[in-house]
Design a protein. Sequence first.
Length: 188
Amino acid sequence: MSDTRITKHEVVPYFDMEGFMVMSQESRLGGATLERLIKLWGEWLPRLEVREIATGAISYLAVWLPEAVEQQVDAAWEKSPSDGWQDNNLAQFLCMAAVRELLPQVEDAGCAPAPRPTEALKAALAELGLHYKEGAATLDRRFAVVTHFPFKGGCEICHLQGQCPKGQGQSQAASVLLPGYERDGGNA
């Protein structure tokens, strides 16, 4: 791993209530719920990890929350499904807000496409305590994102495209479509 560099980024995303409500498909949040979510945001923000991983000519951005946040969300689900739903959404939103701070193009693309998990990327992530699930291209942390850094494109470059409803054109949110990646192969 001599040509691998890992750089920590200090990112402090703000809580965008409108963006959170859109992501969680809520039309209204009560005062007590909002206070609880803002408290959790403040609690989880210092635990947010953001790293740039350079493996030779390719760089990635990794953003994640620790397992303790997953356990906290699981406990919320057990007490109240609606609180668990909101807490789960908040943790996801916090990770994506951090990604958007460094890669604003992700907002327009609608997602942060997953890179192919190379051996160099796997080794670098393992140094950080993150691992790919056995036989999968997803991480073992529930609240984690790995994408190209800088931004390289949307669905058309995503390694998970075959398993993603959006990547298969089943979502209304469109990404940038590069020539040659059209559904009909560019033969319209």
